[in-house]
Design a protein around this ligand. Sequence first.
Ligand SMILES: [Zn+2]
Length: 320
Amino acid sequence: MAQHFLLSAAARTLSLKAIYKAGEAAAHETFCKMRWPETDGEAVCPECGCFETYKITTRRKFKCKACLRQFSVTSGTIFASRKMAFVDLLAAIIITVNAAKGVSMVQLSRDLDCQYKTAFVLAHKLREAMALEVHTGEILKGHVEVDGAYFGGHIRPANVKADRVDRRKKEHQNGRRRVVVVMRERLGRTLPVVTMAEAEGVALVNENVDRMATLSADEASHWDMLHAGWEVDRVNHSEVYSDHGKHTNWAESYFSRLRRMVVGQHHHVSPRYLHQYATQAAWLEDKRRESNGVLAHGLVANAMGCPVSRAWKGYWQRSA
Ligand SMILES: [Zn+2]
């Protein structure tokens, strides 16, 4: 029987052990190489683009010879004004990419021995960096499956049976439930969007799927509208999961990962952050056959190309 990819040596090319053994200088160099790949890690002034810089080695900073501005490898990126050591940052990244179902921020704070607030913002910044590869704005092509699933807004049933209500009715819900609609290319990209109702998925398909694509959807009646624009395979899940190749199993695999992430790691998700978890699950799903070294370096490179975060920079200062 074929071995599962994650059990193979090819899946493990970077480890926490290696990161800490190599030390802070090596971690800093990794960030430099990802930030400035065109000069193989030699600093380039983010202000004027000058290649000539002084190195202020003691503080791991640079000073531009042309405009005299001081900057660091993370200036102007999502990790701007970071206080964490580069080894710890790299450790956070390897822990994140190793976790196939994500990792809770409490667990990350314990692994890194940092405050919960630090881990919370760091994890969300990494998700923002992942989003660059998930929400690319490119149209989905080929065979695309579309499906929706509910997350959040759980209502606990009352203790005494006589007090219990019909939790399916709108008046008994708390307004925190959302639908994740996913559009997923077979053998390709996964694009999740958080909506209020699954029927909004029709408009999302109109925006994001190529007119020449073939679609797959389940029996839900709102997908009937898709037949006007596309060839659509339908599968009735109340009868069968796969009907001679007609199925939405790629979409279901994605939901399986996101469901386990929410139930097993985050336990509760606020509608405010659901899109971030949905993005992370899509990123992990699309890169499930990459080694952890490739994933970690890719994530550093994304983070270095990701501008200062509007949502997460100074998050706790604002909310305090
Ligand atoms: Zn400059």
